[in-house]
Design a protein around this ligand. Sequence first.
Ligand SMILES: Cc1ncc(COP(=O)(O)O)c(C=O)c1O
Length: 425
Amino acid sequence: MDPTLTQIGTQMSKLTGVRAIMKDIIETLRAGQGQDWINLSAGNPVILPEVEQLWRDCTAQLLASSDYGEVICRYGSSQGYQPLIDAIAKDFNQRYGLSLSDRHILITPGSQSIYFYAANVFGGYTSSGQLKQVVLPLSPEYTGYGGVSLTPEAVYAYKPTLEINHEQHRFKYRPDFSQLKISQETGCVIVSRPCNPTGNVITDEEVIKIAEIATPFNVPVLIDAAYAPPFPALNFTEMTPVFRDNIIHCLSLSKAGLPGERVGVAIGNPKLISILESFQTNLCIHSSRYGQAIAAKAIASGALPEIATNVIRPHYQKKFVTLELTLDKSMPKDLPWFLHRGEGAIFAWLWLQDLPITDWELYQKLKQVGVIVVPGSTFFPGLREDWSHQQQCIRISLTATEEEIEIAMQRLATLVEEVYRIGSG
Ligand SMILES: Cc1ncc(COP(=O)(O)O)c(C=O)c1O
């Protein structure tokens, strides 16, 4: 059967970004069964025993409670399971001195869906035919944003400025406010903080500045806090969630150990929240209530924020330290390699300036020495400019063991040295 697809059908049945690479990775792993791959491509969080136990305990409590039937045997409100909404409002009000009511909160099936709703509610063509852009102020960005708009030409990303420390072989991306344009033509802004793939955390001041530029145009700014405090608290540098009238602050329970249950949270102005809620009702009615119910218990008891800070964050932070120490020891000092400052998330981002081959070729060569990373060029959704930097980066996941990371970085260093030497003749 070969049905005719609509424009949207053609577009949405294609895989974008990392999902497309994952196909190659899965095939590589399958073809090389028995081979000892070090897989540094994964975005799936590690199953940490304390985290798994927390979800087990919350599930046991749910099973024993009189609420059980009400939770899973019945539909609920589109806005979300009330005890979860209440737990989040209480936690955030206490923690950040806010006055959120339940009308400020929407629970979604994973946070990816919030970006889908927003990209199509605020971005795309208005009824008068004007194209409203979905602006990504800082490229590279989460590849998932590349597939969320039903009007792909709406997604528009900006090149950052680079702050480079040549001696330390470190660098950091910063929003380029001299280029960033938020105007009448902007539908919404999305930025991940901490960032997947780079581990960058844009400062509180930079978030405020973006929100302020967007304010006169009534443009919502979505801050993707999938790695942010209070859970999963995957920030290795100080950061404070910023709340403003036009900010939709988006949480995810995925990196806090619950990716399979698909729980995301949008926090913002009730008017914006109610628009997103209607979209959700039309699309899927509501998120799974089992996931919401165990999340409510873990947040209300304070256990989740505590485990996030004391278990989840140190787990990945230690891996990043191993990775950077190994690179500092093994990478040739005279080559222009730069590791992005490790400020959060579960990835490291390496830039190999003037790399004589493409990131894709480097990915293939790394496979030959048993190491799988993700080529960086997949992480520039919406960037229209030609920028050689896009082919000079790789994303390295911190989900492997410390030993694996050490071995893989040594292999990478040897390979990179060879590539530059051969490349330069
Ligand atoms: C930055 C970022 N935002 C959103 C998501 C989607 O997360 P969720 O599982 O909440 O849909 C991910 C997943 O990896 C991510 O890295």
